[in-house]
Structure formats: structure tokens, C-alpha cells
Design a protein around this ligand. Structure first.
Ligand code: CP
Length: 358
């Protein structure tokens, strides 16, 4: 394992290896653990705001003995002078051993992988993928529900722009299960995700309310309506209060073992009166980011050797000058990229941002 760009590129064995490594590192003697990556340097570059991802990667790095450099405000870097992402990545590659990057542009991590030989970890790229969040989500499901197989999961909220939902549904399809996508029509789950689920023969339901399925599900995965990703603020205003759950909506109405997860931050979609309920696992989930990110750093850097079988490529990459991604937020419109697409039997998809190319 070297780069961790998207869940779609990982095998089930690689995912399990990360979860198992996280568990081992979490239980390891602190002094021994601090020697694992002693003296290594992690560059953490965040072009978009973050609390959990950035701080838990930093905490994970310190616990492994690494030094951390980077920026969390691109306005204080040479980006404001017009430096391209390509040049920024080339430069930070000269100063460190592993790069952790969050960017607001879809496909930025896939592009970064092409311009450096250093391991790249995607800490979220636009509305595309958020693999480290997915891994900590899976870790939380395994810790709280005993295993990940055959779970019934309801995703609620902003499923169009929610990269955590995109990555998590891509991962969960390897563990079977049944999914409920619950959102207003304008922010429902993108078609390209559903096509992947169809291919994997995963059962799913598209709904606009959760009340009738509460008794059936193992996990309610709530998400924030992401104001910052809407092109049209009026569209955001129409859906901003689509779902707000509180104790009275859940207690006595759900499966008693159900868990509530949320990648956080929340706005008003989960009332604080649920925070102490036995179902609420979102703060534990965020805390699980530290062992998961320790595992990611040590496996990506090669400090811990990966023995997991890689994913077999089930698609063909095509390259020609006529390939143009229609997603205006794709990295292909901001950087000098190649004209590449992934050809699958159910359509062609942008090599960088994964959106369908018509
Ligand atoms: N879940 C998550 O990515 O949170 P941050 O944006 O605070 O990193």
C-alpha cells in the first residue's frame, strides 16, 4: 500500500488490514509505538477547513514519533501568489516522507499522485472521496456492532455532495448489506454510486423519510447539508432543515441495538439531547480517527509492511484528447492533466473525479 486516494481502489483485504493494524497500534505500548516512525516527516496540507481530519492525522503522527509540517490556511502559503497545485506538491515532496492533503477540488488527490513519488493520503477531495473517514467509520461499525457484514444502513441528509457517504457506500458494498438513501430529490445519492451498487448486486432503497425504516436498520448515518458545495444558495435554503432528529424521534422507535453515526461537524441535524443516548456513537467515531490514521500513515510509508492482496483492476483506462470531464469542479479544469477516463461496462467515468462522462 502506498497511496490512499479512494476506497474504490482498495481491496477488502487491504481495508481489513488497516482496521486490524489500527487496533494493534491502539493497544501498543506508547513508548514502543513512538519509535515506529521516529524522525519521519509528514506534510499536512489542507486547502479546505477541517477540525477532526487534520488534528487526528497530526495526533496520529505524533503518537508514531513523526514530525509534522504544512499549512491549514492556503492563504498563508504561496498558493495566493498563484502557485499551482502541481508545483505545491512537487515542493512539499522535497521536504517530507508522506503527504496528507485535503482539497476543495474534486480529483485533486488523484492528480497529486501523478506528480509525486511520495505516498499521498487523500484527506478529502471536494465532493468526491474521503477514504480516511470511511476507514474510521468501518472501524466504528466493527467495534460497536461486532462485525461489518450484512448490515442495514440508512444514509440521511446531503447524499449528493457528501463525500463520506460516497466513500462509505463504496466500501460497504464489499461487505454486502442493504442501504437506504434518504434525502430530498435534489440532494439524493449520485447515479454513478448507484451504478456501482447495481453492479455489485447490492439491494438499496431511495426514500425521502426515515420514520418507517427505523426498526429495520442497524445504523443511522446522519450527514450535514453542505452549504458550501451548493452552486445556488436558493437550492440550499429549500433543503437546509430537511432532517433534524432528536431523542423523541428515536427512543422507543428504533431497533434497540441501532447506532447513530455522523462524520461531523453537525449543524442542527442531530439535537444535543441525543448525545448521551446509548445509540449516539458520533464522538467515539471521531476519536477512532486517531488509530485509523496511525495505521494509514504506517502502512502508506511502508514502516509496517502490507501483506494484503491488492484489488484486481476491473476496468480499462482510456486516454485521448476528446475526453473532457463535464464536472466544472474537477481538477481537469484547474491543472494541466491528462485526458483520461475509466471505461466500465456501464459507462465512462473521469479518471480523476469519478463523475460519469457523457
Ligand atoms: N469528518 C470530517 O472530515 O471532519 P473535518 O471536516 O472537521 O475534518
Amino acid at each position: 500500500m502506498r497511496n490512499i486516494i479512494g476506497i474504490k481502489e482498495m481491496s477488502k483485504k487491504e481495508i481489513i488490514e488497516i482496521l486490524d493494524t489500527a487496533k494493534k497500534l491502539d493497544c501498543m505500548n506508547e513508548n514502543k509505538r513512538r519509535k515506529l516512525m521516529d524522525g519521519k516527516i509528514i506534510t499536512s496540507i489542507f486547502f479546505e477547513p477541517s477540525t477532526r481530519t487534520r488534528l487526528s492525522f497530526t495526533s496520529a503522527a505524533y503518537k508514531l514519533g513523526c514530525h509534522v509540517l504544512g499549512f491549514d490556511n492556503p492563504n498563508m502559503s504561496s498558493v495566493v501568489k498563484g502557485e499551482s497545485l502541481r508545483d505545491t506538491i512537487i515542493m512539499v515532496s522535497a521536504y517530507s516522507d508522506v503527504i496528507v492533503m485535503r482539497h476543495y477540488i474534486d480529483g485533486a488527490a488523484k492528480f497529486a499522485e501523478e506528480v509525486t513519488s511520495l505516498p499521498i493520503i487523500n484527506a478529502g477531495d471536494g465532493a468526491n472521496e474521503h477514504p480516511s473517514q470511511t476507514l474510521l467509520d468501518l472501524y466504528t461499525i466493527r467495534e460497536e456492532l461486532g462485525n461489518i457484514e450484512n448490515k442495514k444502513i440508512a444514509f440521511i441528509g446531503d447524499l449528493k455532495y457528501g463525500r463520506t457517504v460516497h466513500s462509505l457506500s463504496n466500501a460497504l458494498k464489499m461487505f454486502n448489506g442493504e442501504f437506504y438513501f434518504i434525502a430530498p430529490e435534489s440532494i439524493q445519492i449520485p447515479n454513478h454510486i448507484l451504478k456501482e451498487l447495481d453492479k455489485a448486486k447490492i439491494k438499496y432503497h431511495l426514500l425521502d423519510d426515515y420514520k418507517n425504516i427505523l426498526k429495520d436498520i442497524d445504523c443511522l448515518y446522519m450527514t450535514r447539508i453542505q452549504r458550501e458545495r451548493f452552486d445556488n444558495i436558493n437550492e440550499y435554503e429549500k433543503v437546509k432543515h430537511a432532517f433534524r432528529i432528536s431523542k423523541k424521534d428515536i427512543e422507543g422507535k428504533c431497533n434497540e441495538n441501532m447506532i447513530i453515526m455522523h462524520p461531523l461537524p453537525r449543524v442542527d441535524e442531530i439535537n444535543i439531547d441525543l448525545d448521551n443516548a446509548k445509540y449516539a456513537k458520533y464522538f467515539i467515531q471521531a476519536k477512532n480517527g486517531v488509530p485509523i490514521r496511525m495505521a494509514m500513515l504506517s502502512l502508506a510509508s511502508g514502516i509496517i509492511k502490507s501483506n494484503a492482496k491488492k484489488k484486481k483492476t476491473d476496468y480499462q483506462i482510456i486516454e485521448n484528447k476528446n475526453i473532457v470531464c463535464q464536472n466544472k469542479k474537477c481538477v481537469t479544469h484547474f491543472e494541466e492533466t491528462k485526458n483520461k477516463a475509466i471505461k466500465k461496462d456501464y459507462g465512462n467515468f473521469c479518471y480523476y473525479c469519478n463523475k460519469e462522462i457523457k
